[in-house]
Design a protein around this ligand. Structure first.
Ligand code: G3I
Length: 313
């Protein structure tokens, strides 16, 4: 039977891979499936600021390197996730003001990108900057540095590594709405300065509640001159799942695959994990789960089959 990566080619089909799961000797299937099914990898947490610079100027790359080594050994494109985000910041970052935060941000971007130079297909330089209404969302970077922080971060990133694609990544921007309108206008100004190469659409969906205009929305970003990618796909539902929800999930995955395939600049699709067993969903939404393509025992779900079929169609 075919694999996600074979069916998706020439696009990549990736997964978020946690270093702890990859090295878990009591669950060798995680690494087996990670290698067999996927042509892309995103460290689920290991390249975030709290992991890579837990104390100011003290950089730790062990766990990020584990994921990078796995990706390399398995010929996977590696997405760098992420450099500037309001979440998963070490406490020391939150205390900095003005130029101190500016210098820390630039140093963080430069040091991390230099460390992984040559290994990263695309970097989520700025993660989740938007608010629902299309303005910039709350962040210490916005408060301390003003709305120019995005352009500053991307300028620093371009200087640090001009061989990788620079992305902004966000959620609830998959359809046409106020949030994606706001993001698009930022993208248009950044594109004019050659500071942006792609936009990541996380795509954390609820079963049966996908926007109906994903393709239209991806295309309008592509028309602004940037690549697009589905970066954190999952489709959650109430658990234990009903047969109806699992059936709807097959359609929802196919909808996303078809939207990406219809847009030539859609470079690839990443699911946010491999197995429902380790998905972030139940930890955040206690009565929800079953969001991925493999169940708790790594059985292929009906959504796996519909994804393969959509990729091949
Ligand atoms: O590192 C600590 C560890 O030291 C501690 O013992 C343990 C106890 O809870 O927590 C560990 O931190 C956890 C961290 O993942 C690393 O494993 C946090 O509790 C946990 O909340 C955190 O969750 C991650 C979440 O981002 C936090 O922002 C999820 O694994 C990860 O899937 C999720 O990913 C995000 C994307 O980066 C951005 N888009 C949304 C997506 C889903 O929230």
């Amino acid at each position: 039977s075919t694999t996600l990566k074979a069916a998706a080619s020439p696009r990549y089909f990736g997964a978020a891979l946690g270093a702890g799961h990859l090295s878990n000797v009591s669950d060798p299937k995680f690494a087996e499936f990670g290698a067999a099914q996927f042509s892309g990898a995103t460290p689920e947490n290991e390249m975030k600021w709290d992991f890579t610079e837990p104390e100011q100027g003290v950089f730790t790359f062990d766990q990020a390197n584990q994921v990078a080594a796995f990706a390399k050994a398995n010929n996977q494109i590696l997405r760098g996730h992420n450099l500037v985000w309001f979440s998963q910041l070490p406490d020391w970052v939150e205390t900095l003001q003005g130029n101190d935060l500016l210098n820390a941000m630039n140093n963080h971007i430069t040091t991390v990108m230099t460390q992984f130079k040559g290994q990263i297909f695309a970097w989520d330089v700025v993660n989740e900057p938007m608010a629902d209404d299309g303005t910039l969302g709350p962040s210490p970077f916005l408060t301390q540095l003003g709305s120019g922080y995005i352009q500053t971060a991307l300028t620093t990133a371009r200087k640090a590594d001009n061989t990788t694609f620079l992305y902004i990544n966000d959620f609830n921007t998959e359809g046409v709405n106020a949030k994606s309108d706001g993001l698009l206008s930022i993208v248009q100004s950044l594109k004019a300065l050659n500071l942006i190469d792609g936009i990541g659409f996380e795509s954390h969906f609820i079963v049966g509640e996908l926007p109906t205009d994903i393709q239209t929305n991806l295309q309008r970003f592509a028309d602004a001159g940037v690549d697009v990618a589905i970066t954190e796909l999952d489709v959650r539902m109430t658990v234990p799942p009903s047969a109806a929800d699992l059936e709807q999930q097959t359609k929802d995955y196919a909808t996303v695959i078809n939207a990406c395939k219809a847009v030539s600049r859609c470079r690839g699709i990443t699911t946010w994990g491999i197995t429902d067993l380790y998905s972030w969903v139940p930890g955040t939404f206690p009565n929800m789960g079953a969001a991925l393509l493999f169940d708790d025992s790594y059985n292929e779900k009906a959504s796996f089959t519909s994804t393969i079929n959509a990729l091949l169609s």
